[in-house]
Design a protein around this ligand. Structure first.
Ligand code: ARG
Length: 464
């Protein structure tokens, strides 16, 4: 019995045609076609195992596999037109196969259900995206470490409350992002381990009566293990949620970076210039150069969080095992994966081309009395109780504010009117280089500590 696309592959018990709006609403082919190659890989593994287990003959398996391979080629060449009436990628491919090899195509679905099939395809698909993201994160981390190394002499303001707080090395700031990305990558690596389980063999929900070998299909497909519980294997999507959660944390970090790129390129900051290749102009204001890439990364954070909320909500309260609700698991995950991948690729090409205005950064680092704490520490080291030292420097800052002067511009004699403990050596202590390098505690901003962390990072990333 051969079927055309208007009679469903599951049509046996139905007497009425499906309503056309239901067909449109029910179908997932418009998006799950992205998993076509994973579906074919899964089917080839399944057919191989079925023959090894003598559930079908070697001849049958060979024909099925040849058919599937020819479909893969035609997909690559854009020769296959997916049909909504066939609902999803699984049934479209099975239909194609049957068109090519006849009723034998129907044997492929022995000891398998679309439920274990879709769970397998989706895990294969997300594993690949995970691996791509892990690799791209390594490359992105290298960029931050290289920036840190290249500009080790650049001093910039460090902020709290976006008010200038203490001077820091630009490199220290870059390495802060390196640390965030390192943890982000770690999250992807560890959830990849949990994702690495093959649902094939779980059937519709309860396993199968055929003598299958799920270890074999797991191995062929590159999974660590077959699933240990069929209900869990076909009905949980925690691997999708973890992926989305990891992506959300990652893009939260990248949105902070993007915000800083936007701030730092503004006329008011002017710390960096973004490359022309990654900025856009305005259709009306000829002078404009906008940080659109950074703004879009910041903006796309919304959809990534939204996708996480979407899948969490879809899964909440669903009874075991499969429910059609779960078809809603894919679009958000595809979108998240594709969005993260393009963003990392953009950062990889944009970040190495940023140009620093080191003079401007240095100047900004010295504003707003960012060395006042060091001045007070100087007095405290000379025996003045810190509270009093704080008071003395407070008075000096007040003079500075009234006369629009930095601390180092106030003459020594005037300083000595306020405290006799102040001597000429204070000017060395409050120089920005000193202020930075004195913060030599582990993980601090001194050149020594930052250089140590650059060396550690290079080792981890395999950089020379
Ligand atoms: N298109 C479905 C999905 O994406 C495949 C699984 C269908 N299973 C079922 N019992 N209807 O989840």
């Amino acid at each position: 019995m051969s079927k055309d696309s208007s009679s469903k592959l599951w049509g046996g018990r139905f007497s009425e045609e499906m309503d056309s709006l239901v067909e449109e609403f029910n179908a997932s082919i418009s998006f799950d076609q992205k998993m076509a190659f994973e579906d074919i890989d899964g089917s080839i593994a399944h057919a191989t195992m079925l023959a090894n287990q003598k559930i079908i003959t070697k001849e049958e398996s060979k024909k099925i596999i040849k058919g599937l391979e020819s479909i893969a080629i035609d997909i690559t060449e854009g020769k296959i037109k997916w049909q909504q009436s066939l609902e999803d990628i699984h049934m479209n491919i099975e239909f194609e196969l049957t068109k090519r090899i006849g009723d034998l195509g129907g044997k492929l679905h022995t000891a398998r259900s679309r439920n274990d099939q879709v769970a397998t395809d989706f895990r294969l698909y997300l594993k690949k995206q995970n691996e791509t993201i892990i690799d791209l994160l390594t490359e992105t981390m290298k960029v931050f470490v290289e920036l840190a190394e290249e500009h080790i002499d650049a001093i910039m303001p460090g902020y709290t409350h976006l008010q200038v707080a203490q001077p820091i090395l630009f490199s220290h700031h870059m390495l802060a992002y390196y640390q965030m990305l390192l943890r982000d990558q770690d999250r992807f690596i560890h959830s990849l381990e949990r994702m690495d389980v093959s649902p094939l063999g779980s059937g519709a929900l309860a396993g199968t009566g055929f003598n299958i070998d799920p270890w074999q299909t797991a191995q062929i497909l590159g999974f660590q293990n077959p699933a240990h519980n069929s209900l869990d294997a076909i009905s949980d999507r925690d691997f999708v949620i973890e992926f989305q959660a990891n992506a959300s944390i990652l893009i939260m970090h990248l949105s902070r970076l993007s915000e800083e790129m936007i701030l730092w390129t503004s006329q008011e900051f002017s710390f960096i210039k973004l490359p022309d290749s990654h900025t856009t102009g305005s259709s009306i204001m000829p002078q404009k150069k906008n940080a659109d890439v950074s703004e879009l990364i910041r903006g796309k954070t919304g959809r990534i969080y939204g996708n996480l909320m979407g899948i969490l909500t879809v899964m909440k309260g669903l009874p075991l095992a499969f429910n059609k609700d779960m078809q809603e698991d894919k679009e958000g995950a595809f979108d998240t994966a594709e969005t993260i991948i393009i963003i990392l690729k953009l950062l990889l090409t944009m970040m190495p081309k940023i140009k620093l205005n080191k003079k401007r950064m240095y100047y900004a680092a010295g504003r707003a009395y960012s060395n006042a704490t060091d001045f007070a520490d100087y007095l405290a080291k000379k025996g003045l109780p810190f509270r009093e030292a704080h008071e003395v420097v407070g008075k000096l800052v007040a003079i500075g504010v009234a006369e629009a002067k930095d601390l180092e511009d106030i003459p020594l004699t005037r300083m000595q009117n306020i405290s006799e403990l102040i001597e000429a050596d204070v000017f060395d202590v409050i120089r920005l280089e000193h202020v930075v390098n004195v913060r030599n505690s582990y993980g601090g901003t001194s050149s020594e500590q930052v250089s140590l962390q650059i060396a550690n990072a290079k080792k981890i990333l395999g950089l020379k």
